[in-house]
Design a protein around this ligand. Structure first.
Ligand SMILES: *[C@@H]1O[C@H](CO)[C@@H](O)[C@H](O)[C@H]1NC(C)=O
Ligand SMILES: *[C@@H]1O[C@H](CO)[C@@H](O)[C@H](O)[C@H]1NC(C)=O
Ligand SMILES: *[C@@H]1O[C@H](CO)[C@@H](O)[C@H](O)[C@H]1NC(C)=O
Ligand SMILES: *[C@@H]1O[C@H](CO)[C@@H](O)[C@H](O)[C@H]1NC(C)=O
Length: 325
């Protein structure tokens, strides 16, 4: 496919690197869209509909000789989805896309699984095996600089909402912002705090701190929902109570509590889907789709789910940078 020619990706790398944190770029983007002609506004509609189709994936299973199953995934082949031309990025494509950028993934165990999948794509599975041990040191940060592509990736163990808010304040203080920032916390909070209304309060202050970080906060106030695609929220997975490993988990992490936490997420208006700044990587929909075969402990899902989340994120970055239309 010509589509993924090198030239496109070199421009894209610049895009990921600059957008959206600097006012000059932001105002360039907004004036670009407000002075758009009819044809480019239809592009924007298209773009929005492709964003909304990103999670239309299906899972499939292959029986392994040892009686376990390996899941794989692909985008469904409905006409609308095919029109968006989503692509599973190869190692090279993903490397071009993230060349020279600073990626931060912060949150609880779900965020760590996202890092595993992203690094598996960028480094290959065998290199990944070597670093997995360090990455999985419990409750620790992990930092890696991928030489070949000059990419810095920080995983930050931030299991509570307040940890995420602190992190954002830190970026603001240092005036140093990642190019791609994926955050998500909920599971740990549900187990250790187990209070949805408190979670909601912290989500709102998280949202306020994200909005302060962005140079386009007035756009939110006007309700025109400026899109900052380089900010992602990593949703909580589907919890399968009967498979959870401890009594405490089974008691505290049931469907009712999950729903209460999720309701707070929408109420906080943190997500673009409710007019906020973060694009949801909908791990719940993906894990629910993949089903009980994809998890052994009812809360952490195997590769296919996280791999899909990574490719959805990368395709989100592609759409946003207008490389696809
Ligand atoms: C079955 O084999 C696959 C790969 O060969 C391995 O990843 C998986 O852990 C094995 N499952 C069990 C239950 O031993
Ligand atoms: C990353 O970008 C630099 C220049 O910006 C280029 O020299 C290098 O070859 C790129 N690396 C990859 C793997 O694309
Ligand atoms: C995260 O927040 C909790 C509660 O506010 C705090 O006790 C903990 O030290 C923080 N962890 C990190 C890594 O900052
Ligand atoms: C949840 O937290 C709120 C605010 O701190 C408190 O008023 C409420 O009693 C808590 N709910 C439960 C079930 O502990």
């Amino acid at each position: 496919m010509l589509f993924f020619s090198c030239a496109l990706f070199i421009t894209l790398a610049v895009g990921v690197h600059l957008v959206p944190y600097f006012p000059s770029v932001t105002s360039f983007l907004s004036s670009g869209s407000s002075s758009s002609s009819d044809s480019s506004s239809s592009v924007i509609v298209n773009r929005d509909s492709c964003f909304s189709l990103l999670h239309q994936v299906a899972f499939d299973f292959q029986e392994l000789s040892n009686n376990s199953k390996r899941g794989s995934w692909k985008w469904i082949e409905s006409e609308n989805v095919v029109d968006c031309d989503f692509q599973k990025l190869t190692k090279n494509d993903a490397s071009d896309l993230l060349n020279g950028s600073w990626v931060v993934v912060a949150g609880d165990s779900q965020a760590r699984l996202m890092v595993v999948s992203l690094l598996e794509l960028l480094l290959g599975e065998s290199k990944m095996e070597i670093i997995k041990k360090d990455l999985f040191l419990r409750h620790c940060d992990y930092n890696i600089f991928v030489d070949e592509i000059g990419m810095k990736l920080d995983f930050i163990w931030a299991p509570y909402m307040s940890n995420l808010t602190d992190l954002i304040m830190g970026f603001k203080e240092k005036k140093s912002y990642p190019d791609v920032f994926v955050m998500g916390a909920g599971l740990w909070d549900m187990l250790h705090v187990n209070n949805a209304s408190e979670y909601g309060v912290s989500l709102k202050s998280l949202k306020d701190s994200v909005v302060l970080l962005l140079p386009v906060s007035s756009a939110f106030a006007n309700g025109d929902g400026f899109r900052s695609p380089n900010l992602f929220w990593l949703g909580m997975p589907k919890l399968i109570s009967s498979m959870l490993k401890t009594d405490e988990k089974r008691e505290k992490m049931d469907d009712v509590m999950w729903q209460a936490y999720n309701d707070e997420l929408y109420r906080s208006k943190l997500l673009q889907q409710s007019g906020g700044p973060l694009f949801l990587l909908d791990v719940h929909s993906l894990s629910n789709n993949c089903g009980a075969d994809c998890t052994s402990d009812g809360m952490h899902y195997q590769g296919a789910v996280n791999e899909a989340a990574v490719h959805i994120m990368l395709n989100g970055l592609l759409i946003e940078s207008n490389q696809k239309l």
